[in-house]
Design a protein around this ligand. Structure first.
Ligand code: SAM
Ligand code: SF4
Length: 475
């Protein structure tokens, strides 16, 4: 790997880029996995310790099929120990695709004249949120292109609009954001609106590769993007999400960089990223990306397993970009959140006469277009406990406090009971009868497994309250 160091002018010294591509390449070039070293590293992770860059480099260089299977088995075991069987569900909602950037891989890039540009009006936004609530969604991620129109004030306004939409028992209880990097004041404005996580994906951490894909607009500024979540932290947003778009550059380099970014956030703010996302490049309108760095299914499943082992306590988000069979496999290795019922066409959740359903304006293609009920049905068939829990953020268990709670016992005390209660709501309010039947069985199984008899009794009491009409009960 070649790397030419580059100088950036950064006004604030504390927000200097922290990726040294040469150093990361050295780690990769000098890591030689042996049976003993790989097993020792898996063991360290199973004892719930974060792995360092050197150890992660050993895992990424592991090619021996037997050892790769051990890495995957280790991830599976760790997932079961740390996260149990619950999977948190959410849906993305694209608010607008105006964009001044020209990211080579994205259907929304400014040079794509075939993209139909659209920003949801307030009414359209409300109609879409109502439709999502009527599916049973409780957690959304709002997504925006990068454009003057999508100012912090605008983002905050859309967040407030979404929180205000209530239909039947439906409401959105947590809104995460995926939007352009802001300055500190901008992040403060968005925080005020009550957001959960703010996500900014670096796409590729390699400065030279980054330059090739991002030649126009604000996104061409690598350090500005790299330090976005530092500014979010300074502004008081302590749940931040990092990510890489796999397929733009060497995946080994990207994994180590994600860990480097995690270390940086932990060192500076005492709290690592709340979530890591690892989208794989999908076909998009007018997209002609060299396939040199395309990530195979085999490597992708390995990537997820390595990430799980590397950061035992960070949420891993898997999206509908991946096909059903891959989603099914990597769920076992420790993804804690997935989207379901996803539609990427702007305005497509609502069948409102005001929204032209014939416009084809997808940012990229998705591979899993099942409904929320279908996804839940499969999750319960496979023994997972679907969850719409939003308790931590609403009780102030964010950032450092969330990390503190990410210790043994936390999942049992909070996450499982809250998953049971939110699934109870879903089964009563939205599930198809056959899914509800299976869902109640999963709820019974999970209640029976609860060892804390006091909490168990309280969960049973609250389920009865939900059956009697109460909603939004959480620990
Ligand atoms: N405009 C903001 C930005 O670029 O950060 C936020 C929205 S952007 C639509 C969200 C993410 O979609 C990007 O960060 C990128 O990782 C992902 N994305 C873009 N093009 C993609 C493609 N062709 N396949 C898969 N993911 C893609
Ligand atoms: Fe715009 Fe984001 Fe797409 Fe880049 S990835 S073109 S910034 S919407």
């Amino acid at each position: 790997m070649e790397f030419k160091p580059e100088k950036y002018s950064i006004e604030d010294e504390s927000m200097k880029p922290f990726i040294d591509a040469g150093e990361i390449c050295d780690y990769i070039n000098n890591a030689n996995p042996t049976k003993e070293s790989v097993r020792k590293i898996i063991e360290k992770s199973l004892n719930k310790n974060r792995l360092n860059l050197q150890e992660v480099a050993v895992l990424v260089n592991t090619n021996d099929p037997e050892l790769v299977e051990e890495i995957k088995a280790g991830a599976k075991k760790l997932k079961e120990n740390v996260y149990g069987n619950r999977i948190v569900l959410f849906a993305p909602l694209y608010v607008g695709n105006l964009c001044l950037n020209d990211c080579k891989y994205c259907g929304f890039k400014s040079s794509n004249k075939n993209a139909v540009r659209k920003t949801l009006s307030k009414n359209e936004l409300i109609e879409n949120v109502k439709a999502l609530e009527e599916q049973g969604q409780k957690r959304l991620i709002l997504v925006y292109g990068e454009h003057k129109k999508y100012s912090p004030e605008y983002i905050a306004e859309t967040v407030r609009t979404v929180y205000d939409v209530k239909i039947g028992n439906g409401e959105i209880r947590r809104i995460n954001i995926n939007a352009a990097p802001l300055d500190i004041d901008g992040f403060k404005i968005v925080k005020e609106a009550g957001i959960g996580t703010y996500q900014v994906f670096q796409e590729t951490y390699h400065p030279e590769a980054f330059k090739i894909y991002h030649q126009k607009g604000a996104k061409a500024n690598y350090p500005n993007r790299l330090t976005a979540l530092d500014r979010a932290q300074v502004a008081g947003i302590d749940d931040v999400g990092i990510g890489v778009l796999f397929g733009l550059y060497d995946w080994k380099f990207e994994i180590l960089s994600l860990i480097r970014h995690t270390n940086h956030l932990e060192a500076c703010y005492n709290v690592g990223p709340h979530t890591i996302s690892f989208p794989r490049l999908q076909d998009a309108s007018e997209n002609d990306i060299d396939e040199k760095y395309k990530v195979s299914d085999e490597d992708f499943t390995k990537i997820v397993a390595i990430l799980r082992l590397a950061v035992p306590y960070t949420g891993l988000i898997l999206t509908a970009r991946e096909p059903e069979n891959i989603r099914k496999e990597v769920l076992q290795y420790g993804c804690s959140q997935i989207d379901a019922g996803t539609k990427l066409e702007i305005g497509a959740y609502a069948e409102s006469p005001e929204i032209d359903q014939n416009l084809n304006k997808e940012q990229f293609l998705i591979n899993d277009s099942r409904t929320l009920n279908e996804v839940i049905d499969e999750l319960v068939n496979d023994g997972y406990l679907p969850s719409f829990c939003t308790a931590c953020y609403r009780l102030g268990r964010t950032g450092e406090h969330f990390m503190e709670f990410s210790v043994p016992g936390f999942i049992k005390r909070y996450c499982t009971p809250n998953a049971i209660l939110t699934l109870t709501e879903y089964l009563i309010d939205y599930a198809k009868p056959e899914t509800a039947k299976k869902g109640w069985k999963i709820i019974d199984e999970n209640i029976n497994k609860m060892s804390d008899s006091k909490r168990k009794a309280e969960v049973i009491k609250r389920i009865e309250k939900i059956k009697a009409g109460e909603r939004d009960l959480y620990f």
